[in-house]
Design a protein around this ligand. Structure first.
Ligand code: 0WD
Ligand code: CA
Length: 380
């Protein structure tokens, strides 16, 4: 069954020939050999400044400064008075990536390599975060997703649509939860400097509009991928290996006090951490373990290549091969259903835990996400 849409009972036909075509997320269907996943190559990067303006360069890169093993960082410091929060009601969709593509079109080898051809030599363009959701879907029991797909000049663009449930959760967040979302960013401020010789400045203003994003190219089975992900910082040693091998992902997590907490950490948190960093080839996660008061009591490095060994003792645990094979089959499914090449057509793929992935087709609808400036520039 290589790379065919999976369906327990085989494709069946309703009134619309595709309306009952669906894709299962059942784990046992994806337990086969690990698919080909080419070493991701960084083809560029971009930065978003304190006002969320795009720059086609690495000006927002930060440098990791190793803290003490138990540094007692107070993650609550500055939440009330030195915090500028990105407006998450602004839906940016793929816009920053599309800007990067327009600025770097010549780097993305054109099919046939004639100067006039502007088709990208790529099957899928998306955010890394969307692919993370695909990798973890066979193990996800709480949150579903909706992904909008448009085929344009042979390339499939994938952009997330916020689900109703996610919007409700966002509106109903408690003050405690709001503050805890700040803790992850505060840990970054305690451990990152702006230059390779600089020191972190935990007394400064923390602005979550700022971001440094890597753009990588790779291949999963027969899918050529171009995606971008936000990178927290890099190794400050100028002799460190080239990107993405010099990058470091920073995380915070509740300190682990009981065997039950350790098991949950392995089964749920390490899955998300592994999927997110494995995709762009980021080799390590530095984790700050914090207590209930938001004080970092321990710092530990997790090499991504060791995570799958760490979890092998857990009963009924997640498997990297299931994640990658599901993602690969999902992308095959998308290629199969999203056939009309048209920037104003959206194939909406919807998934809820314990259900199959289903889809619907929308023409000139509010789901359209490729902006006119992109379509026009790519067509001219
Ligand atoms: O739905 C999304 N994920 C969208 C992301 C929609 C539109 C834009 N973006 C972009 C932003 O430009 C942002 O800079 O997301 C970028 C990050 O993308 P990603 O790397 O693909 O996302 P993900 O892997 O989910 O998150 C990486 C980090 C997070 O760090 P942690 O350690 O918590 O995983 O990016 C941050 C967050 O710090 N982040 C975001 N930043 C801005 N907008 C967003 C977001 N929607 N989601 C996560
Ligand atoms: Ca992070």
């Amino acid at each position: 069954r290589p790379n065919r849409p999976q369906n327990q009972s085989g494709p069946s036909r309703g009134q619309n020939p595709h309306s009952s075509l669906s894709l299962s997320t059942r784990r046992e269907l994806y337990e086969r050999d690990f698919p080909v996943y080419k070493q991701p190559v960084e083809v560029g990067c971009f930065s978003l400044d304190s006002e969320r303006r795009f720059f086609n360069d690495g000006r927002q890169m930060r440098y990791y400064v190793e803290p003490d093993r138990s540094p007692n960082f107070d993650l609550r410091d500055g939440y009330k008075d030195r915090f500028i929060k990105r407006d998450d009601s602004v839906k940016e969709k793929l816009d920053h990536m599309l800007r990067w593509i327009l600025a770097n079109r010549s780097k993305l080898s054109a099919r046939g390599t004639t100067a006039s051809s502007c088709d990208l030599d790529i099957d899928f363009v998306t955010w890394r975060g969307h692919l993370t959701k695909l990798l973890t879907a066979p193990y996800e029991t709480r949150e579903g997703w909706q992904l909008a797909v448009t085929r344009f000049r042979g390339t499939l663009y994938i952009s997330e649509v916020e689900t109703e449930a996610a919007r409700r959760d966002q509106e109903n967040r408690t003050e405690r939860h709001e503050e805890m979302m700040y803790w992850g960013y505060k840990f970054e401020q305690y451990t990152c400097a702006d230059t390779d010789h600089g020191r972190p400045d935990p007394g400064g203003v923390l602005n979550t509009n700022e971001a440094f994003c890597t753009v990588v190219q790779t291949r999963l089975a027969d899918h050529r991928l171009l995606f971008s992900g936000e990178v927290d910082c890099r190794d400050k040693d100028p002799n460190a290996p080239a990107a993405p091998a010099c990058y470091i992902e920073l995380k915070t997590s509740a300190e682990i006090c009981t065997p039950k907490q350790r098991s949950n950490f392995h089964r749920f948190k390490l899955l998300k951490w592994w999927a997110q960093s494995f995709l762009p080839g980021v080799p390590r996660v530095v984790a700050g373990f914090r207590d209930e008061e938001g004080v970092v009591v321990a710092v530990e490095t997790f090499p991504i290549s060791k995570i799958s060994h760490l979890i092998k003792n857990e009963h009924n645990c997640w498997k990297p091969t299931v994640c990658m094979n599901f993602c690969s089959d999902f992308l095959s499914f998308v290629k199969h259903i999203a056939t009309e090449d048209n920037p104003s057509v959206v194939y909406l793929l919807s998934w809820e835990p314990r259900r199959d992935v289903t889809f619907s087709v929308h023409r000139d609808s509010p789901y359209c996400f490729l902006p006119h400036w992109f379509v026009e520039e790519m067509t001219s």
